[in-house]
Ligand binder design. Structure first.
Ligand code: ADP
Ligand code: ZN
Ligand code: ZN
Length: 857
C-alpha cells in the first residue's frame, strides 16, 4: 500500500508517494499525521489518500504515525485542497491552517559554531560576524530562532558561506510537537468500604503516619469516583509515598486520567455573573418569534430539511442591528444538535462580541468551545481534540474556528459576515466567509451569513441566486425586548461650524448633546475612524477633495517629492497622530509637498488655494482618538472617559476590561475606533457622536465607500439599544456625499443601488474579479524593478493568451507605501478570471498574491 502525503515544507506545494511499512499497515488513513523523509530532512506530513500503486517506481517508507486518530476529517482535506487552489497557495500552508499550533512542525536546521579561534576577521561580512558571535554566545540555534535576531536581513547566505568554510555546522531537524495531552494522577478505592474500614488500624507505625493514611483512606471511602491526587493531599495532608503504600496493600488504585485544559472555566463563571448587559439567565427563556423572524426561521428550517436530500444555498440573513438575528442563530444551533450534528459559529473577534458568546454559553451549557488568540497552545490543543471527538457541540471563534475538526458539521454561522476580520491578510490569503460557504457544501451543512450591512457582493449574490435571502427590516419592538427603533441621525455640516467661528473638534450640537447625556447620568460613545487618517487633502471651507484628473481617485500627500515617493506615507495602524494642520507647517523648511495618485501614478504639487473656492484653508486630514479624549476633558472636566483603540488594547484582556468598565458604568464616555462597530449591546448608551465621518471615505480604493458605509451604519446602530432611546450626531465636511447620506438614513437599499451602479460602470466586483500582487523590499528601487518586471510579463501574457477583457492596473507604490522601513509596490489584475492567469506563472517567489482582495490599499 502507498500513501499520498502533503509534506509540511513551506513553499513545497506537491503531494508525494510513500510506502506504508508493515508496522503501520492498517493504522493509516486519509488525514493521518506522519513523519517522512524529504530530501535530506525528516518532515511532518498529512496523508491525503491511500493507493494500491505508486506513480513512481521507488518510494521511501512512512517513518512514524504521530497521532493514532486522523488529524483532518475528509471534508477538511477537501477544504484544504479547495483553499490551496483558489488562493494559489501551497497545500502545506492550507493544511497548516487546520492543525493546532504546536502540533504542526516544520523542518528546520540547527546551526552550531565550531570553536575555531583564528578566524581572519577581515574576511567576515558584518552579518557573518554577527551570526558567529550569536552562535558562540547562545550555543546551537534553529533557523527560526535566528530569524528573530535578524529583521529583514537575509542571513542565510552568510550562514551558508560560514558552513562552506567549515566554521559552522548545520543539520536538519524536526522539532518535537510542543503540545501533548495532559494527564493527572488519580486515586480510587479498590475494595468495598467495609474492608477498607477494617484495614485502618494497621496502616502505619508512627502515630503521624497512621493518621495521614487513615485520613486519606477515609476520604477515598467517601468519594466513589477516581479523584485527582492533589485533592487527596489537600484533604488529608498525606503524600505520594502514603498513597503508594495504600496501593501496595491493594486498598486503593492509582491511575492516570487524561484531563482537558478548559479555557471556558473562567468565562463560564463570568457568563453566570452576567457582567455584560445584565440580562441574566432569565432572558434565555424561549421567546416567541416576531413575524419577520418566523418567516426567516421557516426558510432556515426548510433548508435543514432539504439539505438531507441534496445541495442547498447558503442563507444571507440581512437584518438591521437588534432585529433578532442572534436569536435565530441560537435556534438553528439547537436544531443542529437535535439532529445529532455540531455547529460552528464564526464571530469577528471573541473579545469584541462577549454578548453573543454568552448567549450561546447560556443556551448550551457545557457544550460550547471557544477558540481565540489568547488561548495557550495547550488549551488550544485540548479544545481541538475535544472538537475532534465530538464532545464539543458548538464551537465559537474567529475565522480560524472554521478549521476545528468537528466530526459532523451541520451548521456554520458567520455573524457580521461583511466584517474584514474574516479575511486573512497574511499568506495563505483567504476569506473565511467565502471558505465557510464552501466548507458547508462539503459537509452537507446549513450556512447562515448574518449582517446588517452585507457587502455589495454578498447582497448581489442573494439577488442573483447565489444565496438564499431572509430579511429582518426592523428592530425587535421595545415592549418585548427593551430595544427600540433605530436611533435618529442628525448630520452636522462642519463647514458651517467653521463659518460660525467654531474651530473645535465638536460641533455645537454634539457638545450640547454630550452635556445633556452627562447631566442625565447616561453614556455616550465618540467614534473616530482609524483608517485613512492624515493622508488625503481637502478644503475646510467648501469640503472639496483633491482628486486625480485622470482617474478620479483621491490624491494622497507626501512630503519628499515624487522621486522618493515611497517615503512619506504613514503607517496603516497609526490612528493617533497629528491633528488637522496646514501642510506647510508640518515640516518647516521642507519643499512644497507633492500629491500622488496611487492608482495611476499621476502626481502634482500641493496647491496653495482650493481650486474650487479659492480658500487657503486647504489641509491634509488627520485626527486621533487621543485628541478627541483630551477635548472631552477640556469641555467636561468631571466626565469619566475611557479610550478604546489600538494603543489602549495592547495588554492581555484589555478589551474585556475596557468593556466591563464601561458596561458597569464606571465611565461616562467611550472614545474609540473601529472596534465599536462590531455588534456591542450597551443599553445605557443614548448618544453616539461620529466625530468625523469623512475619514475612510476618500481612500484610493474601490471598496472604500462600502467600508465607510458599513462602519458608519454599525456605529450608529450602537445608540438607542434600550427603552431610554437615543440619537446619533454625525459630523462631516461632505454632507452631500451619498455614502454619508445613506448611512445617516441607515438606508442600505439606497447605498446598495448607487454602489452597485458605480461598480458596474468601473468594472469592480461583483462585475469582475481582482487579483492583487504585492512586492515588499527594503530597497525601494528593487521593489519598483520587481513590479515593473512582473507587469511587463503579465502584459505579455494577457496579449499572448488573448485576454482582452483582462486589464492590468499599475505598477504603483501601494497606498501604505512604506511600513516599518519596507517599501511596497503592487500590480492589480482585473477581469473575469484573473487568478487563472497566474496559475503556472513562474517567478512569483517573494510576491504576495491575493485572489480575493478586500482592499487595494
Ligand atoms: P441582532 O442579532 O439582530 O442584533 P438580537 O438577536 O440580539 O438581534 O435581538 C435584539 C434583542 O431582542 C435581544 O435583546 C434579544 O434577546 C431580543 N429578542 C430577539 N428576538 C426576540 C423575540 N422574538 N421576542 C422578544 N425579544 C427578542
Ligand atoms: Zn489617477
Ligand atoms: Zn474650497
Amino acid at each position: 500500500m502507498f500513501a499520498q502525503v502533503a509534506v509540511n515544507v513551506p513553499s513545497v506545494s506537491g503531494v508525494y508517494s510513500y510506502h506504508i511499512p508493515d508496522s503501520l499497515a492498517g493504522a493509516l488513513g486519509p488525514g493521518s499525521l506522519v513523519t517522512v523523509s524529504f530530501g535530506v530532512q525528516t518532515v511532518q506530513g498529512v496523508v491525503l489518500g491511500l493507493a494500491e500503486t505508486s506513480p513512481v517506481p521507488k518510494t521511501k517508507p512512512i517513518l512514524e504515525l504521530l497521532d493514532p486518530l486522523p488529524v483532518l476529517t475528509a471534508p477538511q482535506l477537501e477544504l484544504a485542497q479547495y483553499l490551496a487552489e483558489s488562493t494559489l497557495s501551497p497545500l502545506a500552508s492550507t493544511v497548516g491552517l487546520m492543525l493546532p499550533p504546536g502540533l504542526s512542525q516544520q523542518a528546520d536546521t540547527l546551526y552550531e559554531a565550531r570553536s575555531s579561534p583564528e578566524i581572519p576577521d577581515p574576511e567576515l561580512s558584518p552579518t557573518a560576524g554577527r551570526l558567529l558571535s550569536l552562535l558562540t554566545e547562545r550555543g546551537p540555534l534553529r533557523g527560526r530562532q535566528i530569524d528573530r535576531h535578524f529583521h529583514n536581513v537575509d542571513w542565510r547566505r552568510s550562514m551558508q558561506w560560514l558552513v562552506r568554510r567549515g566554521w559552522v555546522v548545520g543539520r536538519s531537524i524536526l522539532p518535537p510537537p510542543s503540545v501533548r495531552p495532559k494527564f493527572v494522577r488519580t486515586a480510587q478505592l479498590a475494595v468495598p468500604p467495609e474492608q477498607a474500614e477494617a484495614a485502618t488500624p494497621s496502616l502505619g507505625k508512627t502515630e503521624a503516619t497512621l493518621e495521614r493514611r487513615q485520613a486519606a483512606l477515609r476520604f477515598l471511602i467517601r468519594e466513589p469516583e477516581a479523584v485527582d491526587v492533589a485533592w487527596v493531599y489537600a484533604e488529608s495532608s498525606c503524600n505520594l509515598a502514603d498513597l503508594q503504600e495504600l496501593a501496595e496493600r491493594e486498598l486503593i488504585l492509582l491511575g492516570e486520567t487524561e484531563i482537558w485544559r478548559d479555557p471556558l472555566q473562567k468565562s463560564g463563571q463570568r457568563a453566570q455573573r452576567g457582567i455584560f448587559g445584565g440580562d441574566g439567565a432569565a432572558a434565555e427563556k424561549q421567546l416567541v418569534l416576531t413575524a419577520p423572524q418566523q418567516q426567516a426561521w421557516e426558510l432556515i428550517l426548510e433548508t435543514f430539511h432539504r439539505r438531507e436530500r441534496g445541495a442547498v444555498l447558503p442563507i444571507l440573513l440581512h437584518g438591521v442591528t437588534g432585529s433578532g438575528k442572534t436569536e435565530l442563530y441560537l435556534r438553528a444551533a439547537a436544531e443542529t444538535l437535535r439532529r445529532g450534528r455540531q455547529a460552528i459559529v464564526l464571530v469577528p473577534e471573541i473579545a469584541l462580541t462577549p454578548q453573543t458568546v454568552q448567549r450561546f454559553l447560556r443556551r448550551f451549557p457545557g457544550q460550547v468551545g471557544l477558540i481565540h488568540s489568547r488561548l495557550s497552545p495547550g488549551e488550544r490543543y485540548d479544545t481541538w481534540r475535544r472538537a475532534r471527538t465530538g464532545q464539543l457541540k458548538v464551537l465559537i471563534g474567529p475565522r480560524s474556528a472554521l478549521f476545528a475538526p468537528l466530526p459532523a458539521v451541520g451548521l456554520i454561522v458567520v455573524d457580521e459576515c461583511h466584517d474584514a476580520s474574516y479575511y486573512q491578510s497574511e499568506p495563505p490569503f483567504y476569506n473565511g466567509a467565502v471558505a465557510a460557504q464552501e466548507y458547508a457544501a462539503l459537509c452537507g451543512a446549513v450556512c447562515l451569513l448574518g449582517s446588517a450591512t452585507p457587502s455589495v457582493t454578498q447582497r448581489y449574490a442573494a439577488e442573483h441566486r447565489g444565496l438564499a435571502l431572509a430579511e429582518l427590516r426592523e428592530r425587535i419592538p421595545s415592549h418585548s425586548s427593551g430595544a427600540g427603533e433605530l436611533a435618529p441621525v442628525t448630520v452636522v455640516d462642519m463647514r458651517e461650524e467653521l463659518k460660525g467661528g467654531n474651530r473645535g473638534i465638536f460641533s455645537r450640537l454634539l457638545e450640547r448633546e454630550l452635556a445633556q447625556v452627562l447631566g442625565r447620568g447616561e453614556q455616550a460613545i465618540l467614534f473616530m475612524n482609524r483608517r485613512g487618517t492624515a493622508t488625503y487633502v481637502f478644503c475646510r471651507e467648501c469640503g472639496h477633495v483633491l482628486k486625480c484628473p485622470r482617474c478620479d481617485t483621491p490624491l494622497t500627500m507626501h512630503v519628499d517629492g515624487p522621486r522618493s515617493r515611497a517615503k512619506a506615507r504613514p503607517s496603516p495602524d497609526d490612528g493617533s497622530t497629528s491633528g488637522s494642520r496646514p501642510v506647510d507647517e508640518r515640516r518647516p523648511g521642507t519643499s512644497t509637498p507633492d500629491l500622488l495618485c496611487h492608482r495611476c501614478g499621476y502626481s502634482r504639487q500641493m496647491p496653495r488655494k482650493c481650486p474650487e473656492c479659492g480658500s487657503e484653508h486647504i489641509r491634509e486630514y488627520g485626527l486621533g482618538s487621543e485628541r478627541v479624549e483630551a477635548e472631552v476633558h477640556r469641555l467636561f472636566p468631571q466626565a469619566r472617559s475611557l479610550r478604546w483603540d489600538h494603543d489602549t488594547t495592547r495588554e492581555k484582556d484589555a478589551h474585556d476590561i475596557i468593556l466591563a468598565h464601561f458596561s458597569a458604568h464606571r465611565a461616562d464616555v467611550l472614545v474609540g475606533t473601529q472596534m465599536l462597530a462590531k455588534g456591542l449591546d450597551l443599553p445605557l448608551v443614548t448618544l453616539v457622536g461620529i466625530v468625523l465621518a469623512d475619514a475612510g471615505l476618500n481612500l484610493p480604493d474601490p471598496f472604500a465607500a462600502e467600508r465607510a458605509f458599513q462602519t458608519l451604519t454599525q456605529v450608529a446602530g450602537r445608540a438607542g439599544r434600550s427603552a431610554l432611546g437615543g440619537r446619533v450626531v454625525l459630523q462631516t465636511f461632505e454632507p452631500e456625499s451619498p455614502v454619508i447620506q445613506a448611512a445617516a438614513a441607515q438606508d442600505y437599499a439606497a447605498f446598495y443601488r448607487r454602489e452597485l451602479a458605480a461598480r458596474r460602470e468601473l468594472r469592480y466586483p461583483p462585475f469582475a474579479r481582482l487579483a492583487r500582487l504585492e512586492f515588499r523590499h527594503a530597497d525601494p528601487a528593487a521593489a519598483e524593478r520587481a513590479a515593473l518586471d512582473l507587469a511587463a510579463r503579465l502584459t505579455d501574457r494577457i496579449r499572448t493568451e488573448n485576454r482582452a477583457e483582462t486589464e492590468l492596473i499599475g505598477p504603483v507604490p501601494c497606498f501604505f507605501a512604506r511600513v516599518g522601513g519596507i517599501h511596497r509596490w503592487q500590480v492589480v489584475l482585473r477581469g473575469p478570471e484573473p487568478a487563472s492567469l497566474l496559475h503556472d506563472l513562474r517567478g512569483l517567489d517573494g510576491w504576495r498574491v491575493e485572489t480575493q482582495p478586500l482592499s487595494l490599499l
